[in-house]
Design a protein around this ligand. Structure first.
Ligand code: SF4
Length: 193
């Protein structure tokens, strides 16, 4: 759908320069989704994978974030293998709704209510990033935290349109439950993609 070099704004790798590859197509249907234009893959012309890899290696930041849409709708073995061969670290942002493919240096699992994560994604999650839209989402976040491995970093992130309302609740929750960390969409505050 699009590709661009920017700063990773959220989660464990916040602040790191990375080339983003956004794949079109998603059938999860989050009502607060901020990339609804990604949902219909047919609106986005197919792009040659080798060409995308050539673009990624041009930049000084040697990390690629594969996102969507839901990137695991596709088999990502070839793309990630070619990137890693060239010394690029591979990170994925996924709802986990489909089985994991690809070779990853970091898996960010951000589960969504409308389609539970596939069991084969859970053990690979370097971070669990739960979007908090309302109060009941804290209990839902704990359900997912119980399903990932002990080393998985845990993040709570306010849904952007409700950030000012939800943030005080997240702050109090993290103070009481310090296994969780706050994640902010800093790229939105910085006004960068
Ligand atoms: Fe949007 Fe991601 Fe939800 Fe798909 S999983 S609808 S891309 S927020």
């Amino acid at each position: 759908m699009e590709h661009f070099y920017t700063i990773q704004g959220e989660g464990y790798h916040t602040g790191k320069a990375a080339y983003f590859i956004r794949l079109g197509g998603c059938d999860i249907g989050c009502h607060w989704c901020d990339v609804k234009e990604s949902w219909d893959a047919t609106l986005h012309p197919l792009t040659d994978t080798d060409w995308i890899v050539q673009q990624a290696v041009k930049y000084p930041g040697k990390a690629v974030v594969v996102t969507g849409g839901e990137p695991l709708l596709y088999n990502l073995d070839y793309l990630t293998g070619e990137l890693q061969k060239r010394g690029i670290q591979t990170f994925i942002e996924t709802s986990g709704a489909y089985p994991l493919s690809g070779l990853w240096d970091w898996v960010c699992l951000s589960p969504k209510k409308f389609k539970a994560p596939h069991p084969n994604v859970l053990p690979h999650a370097g971070e669990l990033k739960v979007i908090i839209f309302n109060k009941s989402d804290f209990a839902w976040a704990e359900e997912h935290a119980a399903n990932v491995t002990a080393g998985t970093r845990l993040y709570l992130q306010p849904e952007w349109s409700k950030a000012s309302q939800i943030m005080p609740l997240i702050v109090e929750y993290v103070k009481e439950n310090p296994k969780w960390n706050v994640s902010l969409q800093t790229h939105k505050y910085l006004n960068i993609p």
